[in-house]
Design a protein around this ligand. Structure first.
Ligand code: ADP
Ligand code: MG
Length: 338
């Protein structure tokens, strides 16, 4: 099912939680809504599933206007951060409760529970209580509970943020596999750029209630539209320069650009591109951090804090190598990419 939002807005008194959100979320894709805490992700999901009304704007599921449709009639499967299983019910009862309440026939309930527990490898645990399960297993029960409703779209609100790093990694690929199997539209909310980059077919980046960019992970990474997106996804250094007749200086070393830009500009360079150019710049390392296969070296360029990601075995002689072709240029005032 394709989801289309037209100018969707949510205001709480003077707080603009979601501002004029317009997007088309394509059928069958895993779409990550990515943004920092408080940027309006949960508010947006809750409007999609109908738990809270929109202040203005319209929501369409395929051609159907669902803006004022009750949550129960929207055929949505929700998975929350806090998976809220009933502690006194076993796994089978937790998964099937929603269907029972809706008066679904017993044999149909059994069929769906069996299918979901097979997909999520929960067969052995159906008679256990939630407290007898690991965090990852509990999260799988929460997923199964959403699957048995056979929804047309899954909405997931930071479903992995309560799990430890290793389990989160495993569950990431579980959810990706689940999506490949079901081929239903998934809308997956996260503040974690790695989750969005690894899982998303599309990423919608949000900040302060507004869409910053909606694209494939590759496009978002390679062609960020503004400083916010560039800084939120991956690691980028930002350096202030003044461009005059195509010339600018980084720690006294001259660079030239043929872009028709002049004045105070913010230059962005990815931390992994600090050694891949041809123009050498001497630097003074302030901190060197080991991180296993590589090290991060911290220093200043034009008085801005910068860092470089360097392979462990690389003989780093207090110099970096930059290329103008690796640089992104941003308007210092608006933050927009030039
Ligand atoms: P996220 O899920 O991205 O962390 P939320 O959608 O929960 O962000 O919140 C977006 C903004 O709306 C925040 O500034 C939050 O404080 C505000 N907000 C959310 N719910 C309410 C509410 N019921 N009343 C007032 N403000 C709210
Ligand atoms: Mg939230």
């Amino acid at each position: 099912m394709e989801i289309r939002l037209e100018g969707v807005t949510k205001k709480y008194k003077d707080i603009h939680a979601v501002k004029d959100f317009s997007a088309s979320l394509p059928d069958g894709k895993l779409i990550c809504l990515l943004g920092p805490s408080g940027c309006g992700k949960t508010t947006l999901l809750n409007m999609l599933c109908g738990i809270i009304p929109v202040t203005s704007g319209k929501i369409f599921f395929d051609q159907l206007d669902v803006t004022n449709l009750e949550p129960d009639k929207r055929h949505i499967g929700m998975v929350f951060q806090n998976y809220a299983l009933y502690p006194h019910l076993n796994v089978r009862e937790n998964i099937s409760l929603g269907l029972k309440v809706r008066g679904c026939a017993k044999c149909e309930i059994n069929r769906r529970v069996e299918l979901a527990s097979e997909i999520l490898k929960l067969d052995e645990y159906l008679n256990r209580k939630p407290k007898e399960l690991s965090g990852g297993q509990r999260q799988r029960v929460a997923l199964a509970r959403a699957i048995v409703r056979e929804p047309k779209v899954f909405l997931m609100d930071e479903p992995l943020s309560n799990l430890d790093a290793k389990l989160r990694c495993e569950m990431r690929s579980e959810i990706k596999k689940l999506h490949n199997k079901l081929k239903t539209t998934f809308i997956y909310v996260t503040h974690d750029q790695t989750e969005a980059l690894t899982m998303g077919d599309r990423i919608v980046v949000l900040d302060k209630g507004k869409i910053q960019q909606a694209d494939t992970p590759e496009e978002i990474y390679n062609n960020p539209k503004n400083i916010f997106v560039a800084g939120f996804i991956g690691q980028m250094n930002f350096i202030n320069v003044n461009i005059n007749q195509g010339r600018f200086y980084v720690n006294g070393i001259e660079f030239t650009t043929d872009k028709a830009i002049a004045g105070d500009i913010t230059v962005g360079i990815r931390t992994e591109k600090m050694l891949s150019g041809k123009t050498e710049i001497k630097i003074k390392p302030e901190i060197i951090e080991m991180s296993g296969s590589e090290k991060n070296v911290y220093f200043s360029l034009n008085n801005s804090k910068c860092s470089a990601k360097i392979p462990m075995d690389y003989n780093f002689d207090d110099k970096i190598m930059l290329n103008v072709s690796d640089m992104y240029f941003f308007d210092k005032e608006t933050g927009e990419r030039i």
